[in-house]
Design a protein around this ligand. Structure first.
Ligand code: AMP
Ligand code: FE
Ligand code: FE
Ligand code: ZN
Length: 288
């Protein structure tokens, strides 16, 4: 079994890279991709922790894309098998992480205006080495008793349309895919169901547009993806020669109920062949 979508303390996960590796070993995962939001800083740390562990590390990143989607839909594109030392990738992600920090400050200010006792300093401490994200703020609100749980924090304060919501700087679709390709990676549409289109036909249309921009594949194995959606996505991937990926989107305690590798209630069991097909596609792409 493998897991090609995970987060660490370098973004909004609660497991350090070393903890990810020991958990992966415990359940005998053959490979994990670290796909932190807008940062690759955790990759060398994960690679060091993985030495002689029997767990293969796949360098990755998850990029938030600037696109207007109805019904609170959002688009994330995974870069898998990227070169983490690529200069343009590093520079662009450093810029996005700085923007995240500034946005975190603005969220804190709006919560302060609501009368909450939260500070920029606390947010920095909560995020530590990580690229700042809303889950860090959710954890502070939870600790201080302002919310019942992480979900409640998003529902009442941090979600789109809520009083503490602040949008963040994002790359557009074309730039995100180009950046991933420049860094040698494959561009994979993460959790396509979260684009929240009303019909699969619209989802299909959007995926075909992304394919024109160079999208390589789609995340087909993802916890909780509705069955009919998954079937349609799998067929689309075959028809359109898109590669298939899958992962748990593990965030540790920031996404309760999701386990590394096996997802929610064991609904994932992603075989090593998926990774082999991705490597094969990468090799083919770089021939032309
Ligand atoms: P950000 O990148 O700072 O906008 O935060 C996005 C992250 O927040 C996602 O990757 C999830 O980890 C988490 N998140 C977003 N929406 C929700 C939600 N409704 N409930 C719980 N976690 C969420
Ligand atoms: Fe996240
Ligand atoms: Fe995502
Ligand atoms: Zn993710």
């Amino acid at each position: 079994m493998i897991d090609l979508h995970t987060h660490s303390t370098f973004s909004d996960g609660t497991f350090t890279p070393a903890q990810l590796i020991s958990s992966a070993q415990a359940i005998r995962l053959r490979a994990i991709a670290l796909t932190d939001h807008d940062t690759i800083e955790g990759i060398p740390v994960l690679q060091a922790a993985a030495e002689n562990s029997g767990v293969e590390v796949i360098p990755g990143v998850e990029i938030s894309v600037d696109v207007k989607l109805r019904n609170k839909g959002h688009m994330h594109i995974l870069g898998l098998l990227i070169d983490p030392s690529h200069a343009e990738l590093k520079e662009t992600l450093t810029f996005l992480s700085r923007e995240r920090a500034l946005r975190g400050d603005r969220i804190v200010e709006s919560l302060q205006r609501l009368g909450m006792d939260v500070s920029r300093q606390e947010l920095q401490e909560e995020a530590g080495e990580g690229a700042i994200g809303r889950p860090h703020i959710a954890r502070i609100l939870l600790r201080k008793g302002y919310v019942r749980d992480i979900q409640d924090a998003f529902d009442r304060f941090l979600g789109k349309g809520c009083p503490g919501y602040v949008d963040k700087k994002k790359l557009n679709e074309a730039d995100a895919i180009r950046l991933i390709h420049n860094a040698g990676g494959l561009a994979i549409l993460a959790h396509p169901q979260y684009m929240n289109f009303a019909t699969f036909a619209e989802t299909r249309e959007k995926i075909l547009q992304l394919k024109m921009l160079g999208l390589d594949g789609v995340e087909v194995f993802y916890s909780g993806m509705p069955n009919d959606f998954q079937k349609a996505l799998q067929s689309l991937a075959i028809e359109e020669n898109l590669v298939v990926s899958g992962g748990s989107d593990f965030h540790g305690e920031n996404k309760p109920g999701i386990s590394l590798g096996s997802g929610r209630d064991n609904d994932l069991n992603i075989p090593l062949e998926i990774l082999e097909a991705l490597k094969q596609r990468k090799a083919e792409r770089h021939l032309c």
